[in-house]
Design a protein around this ligand. Sequence first.
Ligand code: ADP
Ligand code: AMP
Length: 216
Amino acid sequence: MYRLVFLGPPGAGKGTQAARLAGDLGVPHLSTGELLRAAVAAGTPLGVEADRFMRGGHLVPDDLVVRILAERLARGDTARGFILDGFPRTRAQAEALARITAIDRVLDFDIPETLLLERLTERRSCPKCGTVYNLKTRPPRADSVCDRDGGPLTQRSDDRPEAVRTRFAAYRELTVPLTEYYRAQGILERIDATGPPEAVEERLRRTVTSVPGEGL
Ligand code: ADP
Ligand code: AMP
């Protein structure tokens, strides 16, 4: 089973790597950020509520996020496992998750904050298919349009510097302590998230396919 959690700061490359790995492992890529953005776009009551927090870079309250994640997990396509990207982000979320399912491994993306700002401010994505680009490190073939479907690329409202600072602060205060929580359970593995996506992917793949506890 590949019941994986990707932990790490905003912009560390969790979504990029989850998209690459999920298909190969035959598991769904579950991003609470994506689920929430879809709810915002659809204008559901949960989306309207979540949007107030997301715009400024604040975490969405635990009960809303746990609800949207639990609904998604119940869909029944997780027989081989899943990759959780961006969840849990607080101790309460981790404890709620433990009541829903066991977790096999937590991959902690390690990267200095100085490298993250540029990754985030240069990030663009396709609102139609969700493909994530970076104007500097992973540009689309044609200016500002998606390689896959030709639609225009957009910038996330919470990738503005002001919201990014708030997101880093939330990460440091509420999410970093989860490393201790998972280390104590013996399932935490650190991944060097610097360097090109291919290099990170290779490190991740080696760790994920090694025997738990005997990783490199
Ligand atoms: P997260 O999901 O952790 O917030 P993303 O996967 O969205 O991060 O990546 C943030 C930005 O950095 C995106 O623009 C992405 O294209 C780019 N990116 C991802 N991995 C790398 C990498 N290894 N090197 C350089 N840029 C990267
Ligand atoms: P992400 O796409 O993971 O960068 O998440 C974007 C935004 O969605 C975050 O800044 C939060 O506002 C919200 N969000 C996503 N996942 C969570 C979570 N697990 N807990 C609280 N808020 C979340």
